[in-house]
Design a protein around this ligand. Structure first.
Ligand code: AMP
Ligand code: MN
Ligand code: MN
Length: 320
């Protein structure tokens, strides 16, 4: 696909959806596409589905129009997923994907099998927002669309820090900036800022983290009991695994929290030598070479043991 216009011919109704537990790239890409269609294709009746996006993204235009549940039966002419790595990760609107006349997937996960009719997947690009920008007409990217795209870019590059950041990423960010949004406010408030409780929880996880595999791997964890004590859920724990990764000498950081009793959400981050997407896919998850995740059941001890065994295998393969 060269331009999104190619798939919009004869389309009267369109749905857009992201993945479960939407992050900045997911919210940004879905909203950017929604705002672009609203602005430049006013004859298309477009809906966007996002599973309870965090209030910190409230500065993106039209967040009040986001649908947080699938309602009546619908058959969209076109259904587009953004930042969704696999079909079972579509939030809320999976049934609309199935019933749509035509489906498109815009993504950047290496683990994406290509589950739509048209798959525009660029595994080497740092964010779904950057992939999306590539199929929009640059002159049509107004401030409102640019704000949403920029949001996804900073979230998935860790504010242009991760190695997936390319010269092209920076060029696009520069183009977006020209539209005149308050970028430093967006970076502070949507990416870095934490509530007092979120900081306390991060502090606790760091304090109780353990080093394994001869200091090559660090593990942070939160049990249900602790989460209830602080009154936090998964959405409050962003950034913890990235902080763990910054421990000197560490190749892989693991962070897990108990979603419900004996069910853990596992986040993995690598400093480059270990392909954590391989580890996550092995356990039924997915992601990128340096950032991946999966959901696992069992005791925390079992989960940590199973994950670290796969990491150890990769370290041994490379004599690390
Ligand atoms: P997270 O650790 O949740 O920030 O996720 C890191 C990356 O892995 C993101 O790109 C996610 O889309 C992907 N990911 C996380 N959990 C899963 C999962 N259970 N299945 C597939 N991909 C996942
Ligand atoms: Mn995402
Ligand atoms: Mn992404």
């Amino acid at each position: 696909m060269k331009n999104i216009a190619e798939v919009l011919e004869h389309v009267k109704t369109m749905g857009i959806a992201g993945h479960i537990r939407p992050d900045g790239d997911c919210v940004g890409s879905c909203m950017a596409l929604y705002l672009y269609i609203r602005q430049w294709y006013p004859d298309i009746d477009v809906d966007v589905y996002l599973d309870h996006p965090k209030p910190v993204f409230g500065y993106i235009d039209s967040m009040e129009n986001v649908k947080m549940q699938a309602e009546e039966k619908k058959e969209y002419d076109l259904f587009v997923t953004c930042d969704v790595s696999a079909k079972d990760r579509i939030a809320l609107a999976g049934e609309y994907f199935d019933s749509a006349k035509k489906t498109v997937c815009i993504d950047h996960h290496v683990s994406n099998p290509g589950f739509a009719d048209i798959n525009h997947i660029c595994g080497e690009i740092s964010s779904a927002c950057e992939v999306l920008y590539g199929v929009l007409s640059p002159e049509k990217v107004n401030r409102s669309v640019a704000t949403a795209i920029y949001t996804g870019m900073i979230h998935d590059t860790g504010v242009f820090q991760y190695s997936s950041t390319s010269p092209e990423t920076m060029r696009i960010a520069g183009e977006l900036m020209k539209t005149g949004f308050n970028f430093s406010k967006i970076i502070d408030e949507s990416f870095y800022q934490k509530t007092y409780i979120q900081n306390q929880v991060m502090g606790r996880v760091l304090a109780e983290s353990i080093m394994v595999l001869n200091g090559k791997c660090i593990v942070g964890y939160l049990k249900r009991k602790e989460m209830d004590l602080y009154g936090v859920d998964g959405k409050d724990l962003d950034g913890i695994v990235s902080q763990l990764r910054l421990t000197a000498g560490v190749e892989v950081a693991i962070f897990l929290y108990e979603m419900e009793s004996q069910t853990f959400k596992v986040s993995l981050r690598s400093n480059g030598k270990v392909d954590v997407s391989r580890v996550a896919v092995f356990f039924g998850g997915g992601g990128h070479t340096r950032a991946a995740g999966c959901d696992l059941q069992g005791s925390m001890y079992d989960v940590v043991n199973n994950i670290t065994a796969q990491i150890e295998k990769q370290l041994q393969e490379q004599n690390i």
